[in-house]
Design a binder for this molecule. Structure first.
Ligand SMILES: [Fe+2]
Length: 221
C-alpha cells in the first residue's frame, strides 16, 4: 500500500524577498542646506528652478560687432533722443556720454569746422564711429576718407586714425566703445606720417599715455 502523499512544503527559496527596511534618513541637521527642524529653502519656498518666470530677465548686452553696430544704428535713428542734446564749443570739441551699458559706453560728439581729434588709437577698446550729421574726414596712413551722414567705421584696438571736420558745416558723430574708452595714445599727424613700420608703431605706442582713469572722456574720434 503506497504511503499517503503529503502536501509539499512551500519552498521558501521561491517566495519574494522581503525588502529590507529603508535606512533611516540622516538627521536633518546633517543634510547640506537643511535646517535643524528639517525644513529647507526648497521645502518652504519651492524649487526656484521650477519658476523660471520669476528669474530676472537676461541683460541684452551686445556681444558682437554687428550687435554693437545695430545699437549704434538704433540710437542714430532716434534723432529725438540725441539731437536736443547737441551743443557746440568753439574752443574744443563738445562731447556727452549718452549711454552706459555693461562694459560699453556711447558718446555723442560735435565738431565745428576745423576741429579734429589729432591722430590717436583707442587703447584696448574697440569702437564704432557713426556720422549723425555733417561730414567728417578720417585720415589714416592709407590716406583720407570722407565720412558723410550715416557712414560708419569700426576700429580695432591699436588702429591709428585722425578725425577732423574739414567741411564748412558743423558735424555730429556717435561713438560706441567696448570696453569703455579709458586710454588713448596720441600720434604725430597722420597726414604728415608715412606708413609706419612695425618697429615705429611700437616706438610710438610707448609715448604719452593719456587720461587713464579720468572722468573725462579720452576724446577720441
Ligand atoms: Fe578714434
Amino acid at each position: 500500500m503506497p504511503a499517503p502523499r503529503t502536501a509539499p512544503a512551500t519552498p521558501a527559496a521561491t517566495s519574494p524577498a522581503t525588502p529590507a527596511p529603508a535606512a533611516a534618513p540622516p538627521a536633518a541637521a546633517a543634510r547640506p542646506g537643511a535646517w535643524a527642524d528639517g525644513l529647507s529653502d526648497v521645502s518652504i519656498a519651492g524649487d526656484p528652478l521650477a519658476w523660471p518666470h520669476l528669474a530676472p530677465p537676461e541683460r541684452a548686452r551686445p556681444t558682437t560687432v554687428s550687435a554693437f553696430a545695430a545699437l549704434a544704428g538704433r540710437i542714430a535713428a532716434d534723432r529725438a533722443r540725441w539731437e536736443p542734446l547737441v551743443d557746440y564749443d568753439p574752443v574744443t570739441r563738445w562731447y556727452h556720454r549718452l549711454e552706459v551699458g555693461e562694459g560699453y559706453e556711447v558718446w555723442l560728439l560735435s565738431w565745428l569746422p576745423g576741429q579734429g581729434s589729432g591722430a590717436h588709437d583707442h587703447g584696448a577698446s574697440s569702437g564704432i564711429l557713426t556720422v549723425l550729421a555733417g561730414e567728417l574726414t578720417e585720415r589714416t596712413a592709407a590716406g583720407p576718407r570722407r565720412l558723410g551722414p550715416g557712414c560708419r567705421r569700426v576700429v580695432a584696438p591699436g588702429y591709428v586714425h585722425e578725425i577732423v571736420n574739414a567741411a564748412m558745416e558743423p558735424a555730429v558723430s556717435l561713438h560706441v566703445y567696448f570696453p569703455g574708452l579709458r586710454e588713448m595714445t596720441p600720434y604725430p599727424a597722420v597726414a604728415a606720417t608715412p606708413a609706419a613700420t612695425p618697429d615705429e608703431e611700437i616706438a610710438r605706442a610707448g609715448r604719452v599715455r593719456s587720461v587713464a582713469g579720468s572722468a573725462r572722456p579720452p576724446r577720441g574720434g
